[in-house]
Write a protein that binds this ligand. Structure first.
Ligand SMILES: [Zn+2]
Length: 94
């Protein structure tokens, strides 16, 4: 797997709950929708992991990657320029 980038987090503006929210890695917009999940075989993260697919209301698509290597758990994002959702979800679907 290549193209992994740092995760961007932002304040949950207006809610006052102190939580942070995931931001789009391309434009830092903070509204997005889940679009599926895939388990990752061993590879860059030697023990494998998972890729959670998101589509932002901004129009960008990316994966939040959770990987494990030697007992350490890593978080990263990977943009998906094709914007195709491998599971058929679309922006705003629920
Ligand atoms: Zn975006």
């Amino acid at each position: 797997m290549s193209g992994l980038e740092s995760v961007y987090l932002g304040d949950n503006d207006g809610w006052g709950d102190g939580r942070q929210v995931l931001l789009c890695p391309t434009c830092q917009y903070d509204y997005m929708h889940r679009a599926g999940v895939d388990l990752l075989a061993a590879g860059e993260f030697r023990q494998g992991g998972a890729a959670l697919h998101f589509i932002g209301e901004c129009g960008h698509a990316f994966d939040l990657v959770i990987g494990e290597h030697k007992g350490k758990v890593y978080l990263a994002v990977q943009e998906r320029p094709d914007r195709d959702d491998p599971h058929g979800a679309t922006t705003g679907a629920d």
